[in-house]
Design a protein around this ligand. Sequence first.
Ligand SMILES: C[S@@+](CC[C@H](N)C(=O)[O-])C[C@H]1O[C@@H](n2cnc3c(N)ncnc32)[C@H](O)[C@@H]1O
Length: 256
Amino acid sequence: MQIDTSKPSVARIYDYWLGGKDNFEIDRIAADQLTKLVPDAVEMCRDNRAFLKRTVTLLAEAGIRQFLDIGSGLPTQENVHEVALGAAPDSSIVYVDNDPMVLVHGRALLSDAGHAWVVEGDIYDPGGIVAKAADRLDFDRPVAVLMLAIAHFVTDDAELSRIITELRAHLAPGSYIVMSHAFAGERTGDATVQGVQEVYAKSAAGGLTPRSREQIGGLFEGMELLEPELVPVKSWRTSTPPDYTKPTTIGVVAKL
Ligand SMILES: C[S@@+](CC[C@H](N)C(=O)[O-])C[C@H]1O[C@@H](n2cnc3c(N)ncnc32)[C@H](O)[C@@H]1O
């Protein structure tokens, strides 16, 4: 698979924000356009990674030993396998992404990890992802599916709903879905949010759709939402009060 440098990649933009070196000028230009519009963007990425770490630790401590990270991104500090294996050394972790750079770097990083693997997969094909991951994970037992900062790149509401419904059908009772998702709140439709959407529309991901807390919660109907349910990732089991007045990322942990 060829690395495409003709369009910014969301994986490489994110890598740049988190201080990585796996990005190109086209990604840095897009990232800088985004930080002009949303000066908190880098802090939002860090808050998202902190949410990831808290939730993976929590689920490992709750007995989960299988993790499926869809849209895993370029390796950064405290990757899911490091956090999961730190909490539960007998865990298995499968990373899934469709970005060739993520696949190359992930495979190099994990070549001797033993408990963690990278597979190519597309969020639009949950059945295909599960089929590939089934080489390493037992879907008759609980799995924690992580979908962090990826579902908002599925711009069509009905498509996202289909994806989550199909995914849920493959999961055993006691499984979890952890999601973080862009939220525009009171800024929905304003010039800043539109500007952000225009930058992402030109990226390889093809667009970004922020959603309301009700829309995000609706994906998990019939599942138990762990307290405090749908709040900014920064406030999910922390002492930071939720702030819905500006664009943020909503975090949720749903149990089947
Ligand atoms: C913003 S990064 C998030 C990385 C990581 N999950 C985190 O929260 O720190 C989004 C990731 O989703 C991946 N992605 C975007 N669209 C995808 C798709 N259709 N299928 C699989 N992965 C996708 C990107 O390549 C990128 O690595």
